[in-house]
Design a binder for this molecule. Structure first.
Ligand code: IMP
Length: 175
């Protein structure tokens, strides 16, 4: 582990506090409804675990999607579903849980794919948003932190599958 390359950006208490705020907002917006939360693996694992546990009053069905699009610090530009949903989401209120929206290509592909399955509603929540890198017009419905154009790791986010287990989010410096 080359931890000296990582400069902390958000520590665990800051992440936890922001997640609680988003959870409260989502609970208010979906009061009385059943929510199908789709966790986009693997990056959203930690975020989704904390977010969903921060809304114990909400009726939630958990689903997950396996998706790959990155190699190293650059997007390959091609999104591939490696594990599909186990249930039918037609007529359901669906919330897609993402770790980060960068160019927006992954999200726009997933939203289009999920929309074709005719959910009653479809929204998305992301822990991090890098709007300066966007190549498609897309605004997350709920977002934790807006960050500048840095490659970040930790709290589920990886560099070639490493660093996901860090309890904080930090900027990775390759130099
Ligand atoms: P997009 O399609 O460019 O928006 O990329 C979305 C996906 O790329 C995310 O779900 C992440 O898996 C990955 N990604 C984008 N930026 C970063 C980063 O700074 N660190 C780690 N993974 C990232």
């Amino acid at each position: 582990m080359e931890l000296h390359r990582i400069t902390p950006l958000f520590d665990a208490p800051a992440i936890a506090a922001r997640i609680r705020e988003i959870a409260r907002q989502i609970e208010q917006d979906y009061a009385g409804e059943t929510l199908v939360a789709i966790i986009v693996m693997k990056g959203s694992l930690m975020f989704a675990a904390d977010l969903l546990r921060a809304m114990p009053e909400q009726d939630v069905i958990v689903e997950y999607l396996g998706v790959t699009s990155y190699a190293g610090t650059e997007s390959t530009g091609t999104v591939r579903i490696t594990h599909d949903l186990a249930s039918d989401i037609s007529g359901k209120h669906v919330l897609l849980v993402e770790d980060i929206v960068d160019t927006g290509r992954t999200l726009s592909y997933l939203l289009e794919n999920l929309r074709s399955r005719r959910p009653a509603s479809l929204k998305m929540v992301t822990l991090l948003d890098k709007p300066s890198r966007r190549t498609v017009v897309l605004d997350p419905d709920y977002s934790g932190f807006v960050i500048p154009d840095h490659f970040v790791v930790g709290f589920g986010l990886d560099l070639d599958q490493r660093y996901r287990n860090l309890p904080f989010i930090g900027v990775y410096d390759p130099s």
